[in-house]
Write a protein that binds this ligand. Sequence first.
Ligand SMILES: NC(=O)c1ccc[n+]([C@@H]2O[C@H](COP(=O)([O-])OP(=O)(O)OC[C@H]3O[C@@H](n4cnc5c(N)ncnc54)[C@H](OP(=O)(O)O)[C@@H]3O)[C@@H](O)[C@H]2O)c1
Length: 265
Amino acid sequence: MSLSGQTVAITGASGGLGRELAQQAAQRGARLALMARNETKLSELANELGDDVLVFNGDVTSAENAKKFIEATIEKFGALDQLIANAGQSMWANFDQIEDTELFRQLMEVNFMGVVNCIHPAIDALRKSGGQAVIISSIQSKFGVPAHSAYGASKHAIEGLVDSLRFELANSGINFMAVYPHWIRGTGMRENALGPDGEAVGDCKRSHSNSSIPADVCARKILDALPRRRESLFIPGKLKYLPALKLLLPPFFRWLILSKIKSQK
Ligand SMILES: NC(=O)c1ccc[n+]([C@@H]2O[C@H](COP(=O)([O-])OP(=O)(O)OC[C@H]3O[C@@H](n4cnc5c(N)ncnc54)[C@H](OP(=O)(O)O)[C@@H]3O)[C@@H](O)[C@H]2O)c1
C-alpha cells in the first residue's frame, strides 16, 4: 500500500510502535515528520530513513510543543495528510498500591492531552488535505483491566473525544481512525510503565501471552488500513467482540480477561 507523496506525522516515533510505523511508512514512500522527547534516538532513526525527514524534539503534554510540531511539518512539506497520535505511556500498579494519585494526572497528560494537543492545531491542515487523524488507543479504551486503572481511564477519555469530533467535523473531509491494539510485543511500553511509586518500572520480566502482536505486524496493519479510512481498527480483529461480551456476560468476560492476564506473568 503506497504512501508516496503523503505527509505523515508520527508522535512517539523514537521507539516501539512509533518507530516501526516510521520505518514502514518510509518504505512506502511517505514524507515523514517525527516527534518524541529523545532527540538522539529520533535523529538516529531519521538518519537511517533518509535526508528528508523532519525531526522534532518535543513533549506531547505541551500544547506549545505539539503546535510547533504541526507548524514545522506544514512549513517543511506544505501539507499534512496523516497525523498518527501514537505517543503513550502505561502503568503497572493496583489502585490501592499507588502512592500518589499524581500518576493519574501524568497518564492523562500523555495519553489524553497528548492526543488533544496534537489534533487541535492540525485540524485546518487535515481539512485542506482531506486527511486523517489516526489515534493509537488501546483495547483498554473499551474496558478496564487490573493494574491499569489510570491507563485505561486515559484511553477511555479518547473515546469520548473522538466520538464528539466525528459529529462536529462530519463534513470536514477529515477521517478519525481509532486503533485498538491488544498487547504488543517488542516495544518499550512495559519498561516505561509507571509503577506504584510513580517511577518507570524498568527492566520487565513479565512474559507476553501467545496472543500478543509483534510491533512490526501491528504497524503493517495500521498502515494498510490508512487508505480504507476506517473509523476503528481492532488488532486482532476478533477483539471487536469483547465490548459486546462485557455487556452480555460480565462474569464470563471478567474470567476471560483474568485468564489472559495470568497467562503472561
Ligand atoms: N505495547 C502495548 O502492549 C500496547 C497495546 C495497546 C496500545 N498501545 C499504545 O501504543 C502506543 C505506543 O506504545 P509502545 O508500545 O510503542 O510504547 P513505547 O515503546 O514505550 O513507546 C512510546 C513512545 O512514546 C513516546 N512518548 C512517551 N511520552 C511522550 C511524551 N510526553 N511526549 C512525546 N513522546 C512521548 C516515547 O518517546 P520518548 O520517550 O523519546 O518521548 C516513545 O517513542 C501508545 O499509545 C500505547 O498506549 C501499546
